[in-house]
Design a protein around this ligand. Sequence first.
Ligand code: PEP
Length: 262
Amino acid sequence: MRQKFVIGNWKMHTTTAEASHLATAIAAGMGTDDRVTVAVCPPFPYLALVGDRLKGSRVALGAQNLYPAQEGAFTGEVSPTMLLDLGCQYVILGHSERRHTLGESDAFIHHKVRVALDAGLEVIFCIGETLAQRQADQTRTVLDRQLLQGLDGLSAAALTHLSIAYEPVWAIGGSGHHATPQQAQDAHAIIRHRFGQIFGARSAQTLMIHYGGSVNPEDADALLSRPGVDGGLIGGDSLKAEPFLAIVQAAIRQTQTPVEAA
Ligand code: PEP
């Protein structure tokens, strides 16, 4: 069975004091149950601090982005080497805010994925359709394009270091819309099926697919209990220890009731 995974994406939030307090509270509240993998992704300036606060806990450190080069004249950018140096194990790539607000193309994201994997980072690769695309019945086409172009040419070995976060753009960031557990399950099944066609059934079987889209303690059980929903990428509710830890508890509960993989 694929292990459940809960990731906190702090986006461009927190101050030094808040990041320190939040990381300390999450580490302290995590307990010793190791059936769920947990990671938090603070803003770049707080990676070292948060890494320090997480020391000795079972919470891993991740980054929200990188630039696809080891070093060089790239003013303002952060390399995979720097992330590893700061203790990052994970990096989020292809987030919809980077695709739609910052204009990142599938080709650029593909380059980042390759460089991150080559460097030894574990990639959390985000895909998802906008509301207009869903309403125009283009969900399948969009997911297909993002998968094909974002992961083109990756080896089966490299793919064992990559998981996918399905994030319907219309349901993230407090949009007021929520995907139902059935909608999440259906989209995950589409992704896993297509992934299997491209990379083989074996890769599809071990692939972790997380759901992201305003996940909160109230709907976490319903979402995480769905076949094929292997974890959650949490934005808003990762900014306070209590709801984030409650979602981790929901994931732990789901490990006690194994479900059939979709
Ligand atoms: C996200 O944008 O990664 C996310 C899941 O945000 P939220 O939980 O706030 O919708």
